[in-house]
Ligand binder design. Sequence first.
Ligand SMILES: [Zn+2]
Ligand SMILES: [Zn+2]
Length: 389
Amino acid sequence: MNELIQSAKELEQDLIRDRRHLHQNPELSFVEHETAAYIRERLTAMDIPFRALADTGTVAHIGSGDRCVALRADIDALPIHEESGVEFASRRDGVMHACGHDAHTAMLLAAARMLKDRESSLGGVVKLIFQPGEEKLPGGASIMIREGALLDPVPEVIFGQHVYPDAPAGQLGFVPGAMMAAADELYWTIHGRGGHAAQPHQTVDPIVIAANLINQLQSIVSRTLNPFDSGVLSVTSIHAGHANNVIPDAVEMLGTLRSLNLEWRESAINKIEQFSRTLAEAAGGSCDVRVVRGYPPLFNNDEATAFARGAALNLVEKSHVFDFEPKMWGEDFAYYAQAIPACFWMLGVRAHDRDSAPGLHNSHFVIEESALHRGAAMMSAAAIQRLRS
Ligand SMILES: [Zn+2]
Ligand SMILES: [Zn+2]
């Protein structure tokens, strides 16, 4: 067995204890005070110096020298009521680690232990980034970077990982280039003029405007995006009215725009605003459109990804390394990847006796914990091999 897998296996009990503690005590984005205190306590016990950033974020350093590699874990939970049925379920009503950030944090703490034990032979600095607020705009990554997480020293590369319930436990998935999308939030209010449903000629019906608009919006992706590129525009919520015989004054809609191409993203946002206003005005109404720009698309650096994949192949059987199919999800690791070469990989956490598992952000989401020591070994392997290369 690989030496790092062996060490990680020896730390498995601590790792799972950390993960379960965090799982039972989840905290929402940007208020992860107890989580931050727990991380800092663990780092102190390991004699690893750290500094606080972005209030609940923590940056720690192991080793010394000119070269530096960064490892990142996110620490926040989601506003979901847990229904997983695990014995260590959330103690906080309506808050759940349903995206596995508890596991990311616990794996980085285990990697910290392994790296600290090898500190004298690292040949450089490993920077550990425990980042708050991944699930909420503007994204903790952007704040951590603004407050200097990537300075002093500047890492030559950053690695991050995410648990992935669609792959069997312990498998590692990689993809160079585009991995996740820019995710923008869309808000519409369509104003008409309400009235008696039997006298539509005396009203401006915002529901008919909304129906037309939803159809028109489909043509933005289908007619303005290069077919070899990717984009999604989904209207995800529509609210109006309360009676059979009343035409309401207004319709509220929510949606999301996902894209990989930044130029197309801007043109699509322009078109969404234009279409919405023009169409509403042509029907005698009006439309307020608000676009909240989310995280940029996540691009993995080709060289960093080839390197991480190579480290994985040194660590686990070849059949446990897979090609990850890019998703139009959003992930604020993208901010690090914009700043320095980066690779974000996926760690399978689906139990071996199951063909499918509840997805991320699902109240039934569970993690096969036997995968976690591999994630910890992979984090330390990527850093150690990089500093030796
Ligand atoms: Zn998430
Ligand atoms: Zn996540």
